[in-house]
Design a protein around this ligand. Sequence first.
Ligand code: PGA
Length: 257
Amino acid sequence: MSRRKLIAGNWKMNKTSAEGATLIKELKDALPCKGNPECCTVEVLVCPPFTTLPAVIAEARGTCIHVGAQNVHWAANGAFTGELSAAMLKDVDVTHAIIGHSERRQYFGETDATVNQRTKAALAGGLVAIVCVGETLAEREAGQTFVVCEKQVKDGLASLSAADMANVVIAYEPVWAIGTGKVATDAQAQEVHAFIRTTLGALFGGAVAAQTRILYGGSMNAGNAKGLLAMPDIDGGLIGGASLKAPDFATIVSSAL
Ligand code: PGA
Protein backbone atom coordinates (compact mmCIF):
# COMPACT_ATOMS: atom_id res chain seq x y z
CA MET A 1 0.00 0.00 0.00
CA SER A 2 1.66 3.22 -1.03
CA ARG A 3 0.61 6.47 0.58
CA ARG A 4 1.79 9.70 -1.01
CA LYS A 5 3.85 11.60 1.53
CA LEU A 6 2.54 15.00 2.63
CA ILE A 7 4.83 17.69 3.95
CA ALA A 8 2.75 20.46 5.51
CA GLY A 9 3.96 23.75 6.96
CA ASN A 10 1.99 25.31 9.81
CA TRP A 11 3.01 28.94 9.82
CA LYS A 12 0.94 29.64 12.96
CA MET A 13 0.64 33.41 13.67
CA ASN A 14 3.59 34.41 11.50
CA LYS A 15 4.01 36.29 8.19
CA THR A 16 2.15 39.22 6.67
CA SER A 17 0.95 38.98 3.06
CA ALA A 18 4.18 40.40 1.63
CA GLU A 19 6.33 38.18 3.86
CA GLY A 20 4.25 35.14 2.94
CA ALA A 21 4.55 35.78 -0.79
CA THR A 22 8.32 36.16 -0.39
CA LEU A 23 8.53 32.86 1.50
CA ILE A 24 6.65 31.09 -1.32
CA LYS A 25 9.03 32.61 -3.91
CA GLU A 26 12.00 31.36 -1.89
CA LEU A 27 10.37 27.98 -1.45
CA LYS A 28 9.79 27.57 -5.19
CA ASP A 29 13.50 28.18 -5.76
CA ALA A 30 14.54 25.86 -2.96
CA LEU A 31 12.29 22.89 -3.76
CA PRO A 32 13.97 20.09 -5.73
CA CYS A 33 11.17 20.32 -8.34
CA LYS A 34 11.33 24.15 -8.37
CA GLY A 35 7.58 24.10 -7.77
CA ASN A 36 6.81 22.24 -11.02
CA PRO A 37 3.53 20.41 -10.36
CA GLU A 38 4.40 17.68 -12.88
CA CYS A 39 7.35 16.22 -11.04
CA CYS A 40 6.42 16.25 -7.39
CA THR A 41 6.03 12.83 -5.85
CA VAL A 42 5.54 14.47 -2.45
CA GLU A 43 2.49 16.62 -1.71
CA VAL A 44 3.56 20.03 -0.41
CA LEU A 45 1.24 22.22 1.67
CA VAL A 46 1.60 25.49 3.53
CA CYS A 47 -0.93 26.82 6.06
CA PRO A 48 -0.49 30.57 6.56
CA PRO A 49 -2.63 32.82 8.77
CA PHE A 50 -6.05 33.72 7.31
CA THR A 51 -5.13 37.25 6.17
CA THR A 52 -2.05 35.96 4.33
CA LEU A 53 -3.93 33.27 2.39
CA PRO A 54 -4.80 35.30 -0.75
CA ALA A 55 -1.23 36.53 -1.30
CA VAL A 56 0.20 33.06 -0.76
CA ILE A 57 -2.41 31.43 -3.00
CA ALA A 58 -1.63 33.93 -5.76
CA GLU A 59 2.11 33.26 -5.49
CA ALA A 60 1.64 29.47 -5.33
CA ARG A 61 -0.81 29.24 -8.23
CA GLY A 62 0.36 26.82 -10.95
CA THR A 63 2.98 25.23 -8.68
CA CYS A 64 2.95 22.04 -6.63
CA ILE A 65 2.39 24.04 -3.43
CA HIS A 66 -1.10 23.63 -1.95
CA VAL A 67 -2.44 26.15 0.53
CA GLY A 68 -4.45 25.33 3.64
CA ALA A 69 -5.99 27.15 6.60
CA GLN A 70 -5.20 26.65 10.29
CA ASN A 71 -8.82 26.30 11.39
CA VAL A 72 -12.38 26.14 10.04
CA HIS A 73 -15.74 26.68 11.74
CA TRP A 74 -18.56 24.12 11.74
CA ALA A 75 -21.38 26.45 10.73
CA ALA A 76 -22.02 27.73 7.21
CA ASN A 77 -22.44 31.32 8.45
CA GLY A 78 -23.88 33.26 11.36
CA ALA A 79 -22.97 34.94 14.63
CA PHE A 80 -19.54 33.40 15.23
CA THR A 81 -17.22 36.36 15.68
CA GLY A 82 -13.66 35.65 14.63
CA GLU A 83 -14.41 32.41 12.76
CA LEU A 84 -14.44 31.41 9.07
CA SER A 85 -16.56 28.79 7.29
CA ALA A 86 -15.42 26.10 4.88
CA ALA A 87 -17.24 27.94 2.06
CA MET A 88 -15.27 31.13 2.83
CA LEU A 89 -12.02 29.19 2.65
CA LYS A 90 -13.04 27.49 -0.60
CA ASP A 91 -13.95 30.94 -1.91
CA VAL A 92 -10.26 31.90 -1.83
CA ASP A 93 -9.12 28.47 -3.16
CA VAL A 94 -7.99 26.93 0.10
CA THR A 95 -7.80 23.13 -0.19
CA HIS A 96 -6.94 21.88 3.33
CA ALA A 97 -7.67 22.85 6.94
CA ILE A 98 -5.75 21.97 10.09
CA ILE A 99 -8.23 21.05 12.84
CA GLY A 100 -7.71 20.58 16.57
CA HIS A 101 -4.11 21.68 16.80
CA SER A 102 -2.91 21.38 20.40
CA GLU A 103 -2.50 25.16 20.61
CA ARG A 104 -6.21 25.49 19.78
CA ARG A 105 -7.01 22.84 22.38
CA GLN A 106 -4.78 24.51 24.99
CA TYR A 107 -5.56 28.20 24.47
CA PHE A 108 -8.95 28.36 22.71
CA GLY A 109 -11.07 25.69 24.34
CA GLU A 110 -11.03 23.24 21.43
CA THR A 111 -12.40 19.84 22.45
CA ASP A 112 -12.80 16.50 20.70
CA ALA A 113 -16.46 17.44 20.15
CA THR A 114 -15.63 20.71 18.40
CA VAL A 115 -12.87 18.97 16.45
CA ASN A 116 -15.50 16.52 15.23
CA GLN A 117 -17.89 19.31 14.22
CA ARG A 118 -15.16 21.22 12.40
CA THR A 119 -13.97 18.05 10.65
CA LYS A 120 -17.44 17.25 9.37
CA ALA A 121 -17.91 20.82 8.13
CA ALA A 122 -14.53 20.79 6.38
CA LEU A 123 -15.36 17.54 4.57
CA ALA A 124 -18.87 18.70 3.64
CA GLY A 125 -17.30 21.88 2.27
CA GLY A 126 -14.81 19.99 0.09
CA LEU A 127 -11.69 20.56 2.17
CA VAL A 128 -9.13 17.97 3.25
CA ALA A 129 -9.19 17.85 7.07
CA ILE A 130 -5.87 17.49 8.90
CA VAL A 131 -6.97 16.32 12.34
CA CYS A 132 -4.36 16.78 15.08
CA VAL A 133 -3.99 14.47 18.08
CA GLY A 134 -1.29 13.98 20.68
CA GLU A 135 -0.54 13.56 24.35
CA THR A 136 0.95 16.04 26.83
CA LEU A 137 4.16 15.29 28.72
CA ALA A 138 2.18 14.52 31.90
CA GLU A 139 -0.01 12.08 29.96
CA ARG A 140 3.04 10.36 28.43
CA GLU A 141 4.74 10.08 31.82
CA ALA A 142 1.54 8.61 33.27
CA GLY A 143 1.53 5.94 30.56
CA GLN A 144 -1.61 7.41 28.97
CA THR A 145 -0.31 8.07 25.44
CA PHE A 146 -2.35 5.36 23.70
CA VAL A 147 -5.50 6.05 25.73
CA VAL A 148 -5.36 9.78 24.94
CA CYS A 149 -4.62 9.33 21.24
CA GLU A 150 -7.28 6.65 20.85
CA LYS A 151 -9.93 8.90 22.42
CA GLN A 152 -8.93 11.91 20.33
CA VAL A 153 -9.04 9.83 17.13
CA LYS A 154 -12.35 8.11 17.98
CA ASP A 155 -14.15 11.23 19.18
CA GLY A 156 -12.63 13.57 16.61
CA LEU A 157 -13.72 11.26 13.78
CA ALA A 158 -17.06 10.22 15.31
CA SER A 159 -19.81 9.45 12.78
CA LEU A 160 -17.54 9.80 9.77
CA SER A 161 -17.88 7.15 7.06
CA ALA A 162 -15.12 5.10 5.46
CA ALA A 163 -15.64 7.19 2.31
CA ASP A 164 -15.14 10.42 4.30
CA MET A 165 -11.74 9.14 5.38
CA ALA A 166 -10.39 9.60 1.83
CA ASN A 167 -10.18 13.31 2.70
CA VAL A 168 -8.88 13.00 6.24
CA VAL A 169 -5.24 13.15 7.28
CA ILE A 170 -4.22 12.55 10.90
CA ALA A 171 -1.35 14.52 12.44
CA TYR A 172 0.23 12.94 15.51
CA GLU A 173 1.83 15.78 17.44
CA PRO A 174 3.05 14.97 20.94
CA VAL A 175 2.43 18.24 22.78
CA TRP A 176 5.76 17.97 24.60
CA ALA A 177 7.59 18.04 21.25
CA ILE A 178 5.87 21.10 19.74
CA GLY A 179 8.11 24.14 19.57
CA THR A 180 10.33 22.71 22.29
CA GLY A 181 13.13 21.26 20.18
CA LYS A 182 12.41 17.96 21.95
CA VAL A 183 11.59 15.67 19.05
CA ALA A 184 10.11 12.21 19.55
CA THR A 185 12.60 9.53 18.59
CA ASP A 186 11.91 7.70 15.34
CA ALA A 187 10.83 4.66 17.35
CA GLN A 188 8.61 6.64 19.76
CA ALA A 189 6.82 8.29 16.86
CA GLN A 190 6.52 5.06 14.86
CA GLU A 191 5.01 3.26 17.85
CA VAL A 192 2.19 5.79 18.20
CA HIS A 193 1.63 6.03 14.43
CA ALA A 194 1.23 2.25 14.25
CA PHE A 195 -1.19 2.41 17.18
CA ILE A 196 -3.24 5.14 15.48
CA ARG A 197 -3.36 3.06 12.29
CA THR A 198 -4.65 0.09 14.29
CA THR A 199 -7.27 2.37 15.86
CA LEU A 200 -8.35 3.54 12.38
CA GLY A 201 -8.61 -0.10 11.33
CA ALA A 202 -10.95 -0.86 14.21
CA LEU A 203 -13.09 2.17 13.34
CA PHE A 204 -13.16 2.07 9.55
CA GLY A 205 -11.63 -1.24 8.43
CA GLY A 206 -8.20 -2.31 7.26
CA ALA A 207 -8.38 -0.75 3.80
CA VAL A 208 -9.07 2.73 5.18
CA ALA A 209 -6.37 2.30 7.81
CA ALA A 210 -3.88 1.33 5.11
CA GLN A 211 -4.75 4.35 2.98
CA THR A 212 -4.95 7.09 5.61
CA ARG A 213 -1.93 9.30 5.92
CA ILE A 214 -0.59 9.94 9.42
CA LEU A 215 1.82 12.88 9.73
CA TYR A 216 4.29 13.44 12.54
CA GLY A 217 4.57 16.93 14.05
CA GLY A 218 6.71 18.33 16.84
CA SER A 219 10.13 19.87 16.23
CA MET A 220 10.58 18.12 12.90
CA ASN A 221 13.45 19.84 11.12
CA ALA A 222 15.94 19.50 8.28
CA GLY A 223 18.21 17.36 10.46
CA ASN A 224 15.76 14.82 11.88
CA ALA A 225 13.18 14.54 9.09
CA LYS A 226 14.88 11.74 7.14
CA GLY A 227 14.86 9.31 10.03
CA LEU A 228 11.27 10.04 11.01
CA LEU A 229 10.03 9.86 7.41
CA ALA A 230 11.72 6.49 6.91
CA MET A 231 9.44 4.90 9.52
CA PRO A 232 6.80 2.67 7.91
CA ASP A 233 3.76 4.41 9.42
CA ILE A 234 4.98 8.02 9.16
CA ASP A 235 3.52 9.49 5.99
CA GLY A 236 4.78 13.03 6.23
CA GLY A 237 5.14 15.93 8.61
CA LEU A 238 3.30 18.90 10.04
CA ILE A 239 6.07 21.38 10.55
CA GLY A 240 5.93 24.63 12.52
CA GLY A 241 9.19 26.49 13.12
CA ALA A 242 11.18 24.88 10.30
CA SER A 243 8.46 25.67 7.76
CA LEU A 244 9.22 29.39 8.11
CA LYS A 245 12.65 28.94 6.50
CA ALA A 246 12.49 27.97 2.82
CA PRO A 247 15.78 26.01 2.71
CA ASP A 248 14.85 23.98 5.81
CA PHE A 249 11.33 23.25 4.58
CA ALA A 250 12.68 22.27 1.15
CA THR A 251 15.19 19.93 2.79
CA ILE A 252 12.34 18.25 4.67
CA VAL A 253 10.45 17.85 1.37
CA SER A 254 13.60 16.30 -0.17
CA SER A 255 13.85 13.94 2.80
CA ALA A 256 10.41 12.59 1.88
CA LEU A 257 11.29 11.82 -1.76
P1 PGA B 1 7.04 22.81 15.59
O1 PGA B 1 5.43 22.88 15.46
O2 PGA B 1 7.52 22.14 14.33
O3 PGA B 1 7.48 24.24 15.68
O4 PGA B 1 7.35 22.01 16.80
C1 PGA B 1 4.70 21.83 14.91
C2 PGA B 1 3.24 22.13 14.99
O5 PGA B 1 2.82 22.71 16.01
O6 PGA B 1 2.46 21.82 14.08
